[in-house]
Design a protein around this ligand. Structure first.
Ligand code: GDP
Ligand code: GDP
Length: 466
């Protein structure tokens, strides 16, 4: 069996760069803007003749450091706990910082084998940082340049020295460190009626489901979003077989995710997957407030995708589209314009729907996706005052009044918002039965425009005014 390596260190020492170097792919994870990389990922990596898995924690700290030091520490600890070997990375160019010592302390306490990677060793002045790294007391620093691919043979030797040949080359039995069992990951959910909560309350967990065709990338997306955070939240009582949810938080916003096939697959429940996924999808849609529709951007908008979207809208839930596998797209700008145009054309029921290109595999776009989810949730919860609605109605009646039917003009007297989640309006009019559907659609589009409610279903009920 292969071993797992966690790359640990304070932000900016070059963990992502090293990760990419080991994984041997341009994952586009490195960026100087904080918060570009995010959740932990595990990828197959290679260092000459050594084959192992590497856990990436890079970037998490940048985003979390200012607000959630505890969480950053928890994530680091999870990575360490899961790892067989730690690459404790420092920046030899800048030398040791107080944070290096904090991280080193965590690593030391874990008692796991460590290799100290003195990165940026090719830079001028790196020699000083190299020497300082001895002070960490974690052993000999190995000078490496992740960016330029230097020092890797020494790193290989250091790995073998730290683990021993047998382990490094996978000749030893894996210890019974099983994957997290399904029962630990999946927790039961008591289902309350989403309509029971009339006003927007962002302290309650937002309920999200992820749906899409098989192979669109749902499991990958969910894992990228949640990473190992589910281990932080832990299981709750009342595990049920048919409703699956997990709590996590995104930059402090509490979320509850309902998963369908994704987690089941992770839990290795293969039986009847196809049959279940339709049923589960439906159930998840009903329980959720926001439904992320994962589309494979290389084959978007198959009939089934449109059916799912239509179902979500009819159920009164708010859809957000993730155009996944964006890393495989050659002309992203052109394609995005085309796909957004298609979205508007094929799904006019929820005009202005959020549609975000993402790569579940690299983590790109996940921030934007979650921003879109949160924004859509807000719109879904929005309420317009009766005063504003009736001022809007005056304008409508002046410029585009209802048509005459059988020689008699239809009259609208009054509009009020009867509900939220999704926004629902009651229109009092003279002859509801005679009102053409096209005019109701016009009202709903106009409401959407006037009160800035893109991408959510809008319900209109007609009522006799006297
Ligand atoms: P992390 O997120 O803390 O793991 O750090 P990154 O991998 O994002 O790297 C932080 C910065 O250091 C980026 O600007 C990298 O280009 C730069 N960097 C990474 N490795 C090296 C290296 O070996 N040499 C030099 N000079 N710069 C590096
Ligand atoms: P699911 O059936 O919808 O849960 O799909 P999976 O998450 O199992 O993904 C199906 C396949 O697509 C797997 O081989 C993934 O590695 C791959 N995949 C998922 N997301 C991406 C992505 O963003 N880019 C690329 N290139 N492949 C992806």
């Amino acid at each position: 069996m292969t071993f797992k390596v966690a790359i640990i260190g304070r932000p900016n020492v070059g963990k992502s760069t090293l990760f990419n170097r080991l994984v041997g792919r341009k994952l586009a994870l490195v960026d100087d803007t904080p918060g570009v990389t995010r959740d932990r990922r595990v990828h197959a990596a290679k260092l000459y003749d050594l084959h192992f898995d590497v856990i990436d924690t890079a970037g998490f700290e940048d985003a979390a450091a200012s607000t959630l030091p505890g969480r950053m520490r928890a994530q680091t600890e999870i990575a360490i706990r899961e790892a067989d070997l730690i690459f404790f990375t420092i920046d030899a160019k800048s030398g040791l910082m107080p944070d290096d010592k904090t991280f080193a302390e965590i690593v030391r306490k874990s008692g796991k084998p460590v290799v100290v990677v003195a990165n940026k060793a090719e830079a001028r002045g790196a020699q000083g940082g190299m020497l300082e790294a001895w002070e960490l007391g974690l052993g000999e620093p190995i000078p490496v340049s992740a960016e330029h691919g230097q020092g890797l043979p020494d790193l290989r030797d250091a790995v073998i020295a730290a683990l021993g040949e047998a382990r490094a080359f996978g000749e030893e039995e894996e210890d019974a460190d099983e994957e997290t069992a399904a029962s630990e990951v999946l927790i039961g959910e008591d289902i309350t009626d989403p309509d029971a909560e009339p006003s927007y309350d962002d302290t309650k967990p937002m309920r999200i489901a992820v749906v899409g065709r098989p192979n669109a990338g749902k499991s990958t997306l969910i894992n990228a979003l949640i990473g190992e955070e589910r281990l932080l939240t832990g299981p709750e009582a009342g595990i049920t077989r048919d409703s699956i949810s997990v709590d996590w938080d995104w930059h402090g916003r509490r979320l509850k995710l309902f998963d369908t096939a994704g987690m089941r697959r992770k839990a290795r429940i293969h039986e009847k997957l196809e049959v279940m996924s339709v049923q589960d999808g439906l159930r998840a849609i009903r329980f959720a407030e926001i439904v992320i529709i994962v589309l494979d951007a290389t084959i978007p908008f198959e009939k089934q995708d449109l059916q799912i979207a239509d179902l979500i809208i009819r159920e009164g839930r708010a859809p957000v589209i993730a155009f996944n596998k964006w890393d495989m797209i050659d002309h992203p700008q052109e394609l995005l314009a085309e796909l957004r145009e298609k979205t508007e054309r094929l799904l006019p029921q929820a005009r202005g729907m959020q549609a975000v290109p993402v790569s579940a595999e690299t983590g790109r776009g996940l921030d934007k996706l979650m921003d879109a989810v949160i924004r859509t949730h807000r719109v879904w919860n929005s309420r317009v005052s009766t005063g504003k609605l009736n001022r809007w109605l005056e304008g409508i009646l002046a410029h585009h009044p209802p048509p005459a039917v059988a020689g008699r003009r239809l009259k609208i007297k009054y509009v009020t918002q009867a509900k939220t989640r999704p926004p629902g309006f009651v229109v009092s009019c003279s002859r509801p039965d005679a009102m053409p559907q096209s005019y109701v659609r016009y009202l709903s589009n106009s409401l959407r425009e006037a009160f800035d409610m893109p991408g959510v279903p809008i319900r209109i009920a007609l009522r006799t005014s006297d």
